[in-house]
Design a protein around this ligand. Structure first.
Ligand SMILES: Cc1ncc(COP(=O)(O)O)c(C=O)c1O
Length: 371
């Protein structure tokens, strides 16, 4: 419609009041003010806008983890080479099905890293790691960072649409998420949260004239407009896609984001429990513990977890012969490991039910015994 009626495109969709209406619709569902929400293109776009926009200097340290997605590691690598920043990967505790892990283990890993390094300027971590589907205690990590006056940038690719997020309560500085994953919005849509117009960043980084440069903006010069409007404007945009994202957010709010989170975790628990029961020797990498659990279940039923080829064949046969689509992930349990561990990753969402989980577990078991 927008393409058919260019007059409307210019006068309605391209106009600021229209964008203001969209962010006002989205913000309350995420515990944010409208002027803290930018409708971005995706998580990568949000992470890159912030990481590449921050004013780093040689000798600065950025803390991140050994289980980040390339959407974060790639821009971190750029600032490492561009500014001489030291990027330190924290060894995350990884559940391997034997010893329980707790939220406190994750908090301690961040605390130790903060205390071991001088001049930490930023902490970047995934709210849910895409490798093992572990949910990190984001609020506690942000609180720890705040005590040390370090800004936080959270990769929320999997949480937007899965968890009942409240950015003010979490008290992060930046949060980048996807609209096209668990939020079920159209492709190339995302949500970027920038806390309180970045004021706290000015306080933490009072030694830098301009801590955040808005490089991904056609209004980077217009400070008087505020960060939200400046960051939102990146030239001609795909407003119909953004409107569709807004509609999906409104639908989620109507259903209740707390109910959605509870349902996703319920199905995830069923999936983890049934898999562990049916295949007790399989390696489970997603903790089955409240507070660390997400809608992702990462596990490997095969005896050699380093054999990527065989697991890929298992994944492909699961789709071709049984109709279930899951993906594979690869990660190092310990960051110094010489080998990668490979696993299947299952997503259980709102449009699934108990029978789907039963069917998937049955299919995995059936395939396993004939494999
Ligand atoms: C943890 C994590 N971060 C970032 C991304 C990139 O997401 P997007 O496609 O929204 O940029 C992904 C995608 O799979 C992811 O799993």
């Amino acid at each position: 419609l927008v393409a058919k009626y260019p007059w409307d495109m210019k006068n309605k969709f391209g106009s600021w009041p229209y964008v203001a209406e969209m962010v006002a619709d989205v913000a309350p569902g995420f515990g944010a003010n409208p002027d803290e929400i930018i409708l971005s293109r995706n998580t990568t776009d949000g992470l890159c806008s912030i990481i590449n926009g921050l004013h780093f200097e040689p000798g600065d340290v950025i803390l991140t983890t050994h289980h980040e997605h390339i959407a974060a590691t790639s821009p971190l690598n750029v600032v490492k080479h561009r500014f001489g920043v030291e990027v330190v990967e924290i060894q995350l505790p990884v559940f391997t099905g034997i010893e329980e892990v707790t939220q406190q283990d994750y908090i301690e890993a961040f605390r130790e890293a903060i205390e071991a390094h001088q001049n930490v300027r930023l902490i970047v971590f995934s709210h849910i790691t895409y490798k093992t589907g572990t949910a990190l205690p984001a609020k506690e990590i942000c609180s720890l960072a705040k005590q040390h006056q370090i800004p936080t940038l959270v990769d929320g690719a999997h949480t937007v649409g899965m968890f009942d997020l409240d950015f003010h309560d979490m008290d992060c500085d930046f949060y980048a998420g996807s609209g096209h994953k668990w939020q079920c919005g159209p492709g190339a849509t995302g949500i970027l949260y920038v806390r309180d117009n970045g004021n706290r960043l000015n306080e933490y980084w009072s030694d830098r004239d301009n801590p955040l440069w808005l490089i991904n903006s056609s209004l980077s010069h217009a400070d008087h407009l505020g960060k939200q409007l400046q960051m939102q404007y990146i030239g001609n945009d795909n407003y119909p896609a953004k409107q569709a994202l807004v509609e999906s957010c409104k639908m989620w709010d109507e259903i209740g984001r707390d109910r959605i989170e509870a349902r996703i975790l319920e199905l995830s628990l069923q999936c983890k429990t049934q898999l562990s029961y049916a295949l007790p020797d399989a390696k489970m990498y997603s903790p089955n513990v409240e507070g660390l659990m997400s809608g992702l279940t990462t596990f490997n039923p095969l005896s050699d977890v380093t054999d990527k080829e065989r697991l890929t064949l298992f994944r492909d046969r699961l789709r071709e012969e049984y109709g279930y689509i899951v993906r594979t992930t690869s990660f190092k349990v310990h960051k110094d490991d010489a080998h990668q561990t490979h696993a299947l990753r299952i997503s259980t969402h709102l449009f699934h039910d108990e029978r789907d989980v039963d069917g998937l577990v049955e299919a995995i078991v059936d395939l396993y015994y004939s494999f």
